[in-house]
Design a protein around this ligand. Structure first.
Ligand code: HPA
Length: 270
């Protein structure tokens, strides 16, 4: 069925105070940024026609809009993942919806594992590029020409200008930033040590279960996009330690405020 963005946009416009200029996708344990918005309004995904609900832990599953850094910002507090069983077109529905609402810049956050041995849990990493190992692509199917062309270049999907801006903000705030390639894998099982060794050979610095579909859809429809990964753990087999969801949640919680400060500074300087 062809997705209807008009109905969804109407539902959101009914609560929004003005056109949002910036969209932010808040990943696992990173939803706190939405609490910093001034004059907040929210709408659960379940009340947006055409939008699927998020079932992932640590994901509130709602849009929250408000003022931050002098801009009107629309946040997704929680996202949809492929491992939840959602169709790709449903995962990227909110990204396209943001475009329909007038968003120009999208900031994507995620919790991820470090494939690069030089990285450490707690590191913030500016994503420079990705490797799509989800086995599919959100743009498969009839092309919606109103969003973008059938075939499109992905060389600068992670905006070099926004990356420069984030690095400058990091320097100003004394927040060190790594830079690296994110490899998107389906989950929900974490990767095996052999997979992580293979991903390192492929050129991955980070591994996670999100971000790739959203960034493809965002770039397709011309959103300027930036993505930051919060390293919550070393990927499987990098150390002796087994992977544990609690470590992911705890590390995300410990570094959430730093990531928020960075995102807020970037928004202020847009
Ligand atoms: N692998 C995949 N997804 C993740 C990880 C990981 O190690 N950590 C947080 N999200």
């Amino acid at each position: 069925m062809e997705q209807n963005f008009e109905q969804a946009a109407l539902a959101l416009r009914a609560v929004l105070k003005e056109r949002p200029q910036v969209g932010v996708i808040l990943g696992s344990g990173l939803g706190g940024l939405a609490d910093r918005l001034e004059a907040p309004v929210s709408l659960p995904y379940g009340q947006v026609p055409g939008m699927k609900a998020s079932t992932a832990p640590g994901h509130a599953g709602r849009f929250v809009a408000g003022y931050l850094g002098g801009k009107y910002v629309l946040c997704m507090q929680g996202r949809l993942h492929f491992y939840e069983g959602h169709a790709m077109e449903d995962i990227v529905f909110p990204v396209r919806l943001m475009k329909c609402l007038g968003v120009e810049t999208l900031i994507v956050t995620n919790a991820c594992g470090a494939v690069n041995r030089d990285f450490a849990p707690g590191d913030l990493c500016l994503i420079t590029d990705h490797i799509n190992l989800l086995g599919t692509n959100p743009m498969i199917g009839p092309n919606r020409d109103e969003f973008g062309p059938r075939f499109f270049d992905m060389s600068e999907a992670y905006s070099p200008a926004l990356r420069e801006l984030a690095l400058a903000c990091g320097r100003e705030l004394g927040i060190g930033l790594r830079q690296g390639v994110y490899l998107g894998y389906t989950g929900p099982s974490y990767e095996t040590p052999a997979e992580i060794r293979a991903f390192r050979v492929l050129g991955a610095d980070l591994v996670g279960m999100s971000t790739v579909p959203e960034v493809i859809a965002a770039h397709h429809c011309g959103l300027k996009t930036m993505a930051i990964g919060l390293v919550t753990n070393m990927a499987a087999g990098v150390t002796e330690k087994k992977l544990d969801e609690q470590e992911v949640i705890d590390t995300a919680a410990a570094r959430a405020l730093t990531l928020q400060a960075l995102v807020e500074a970037v928004i202020e300087r847009l």
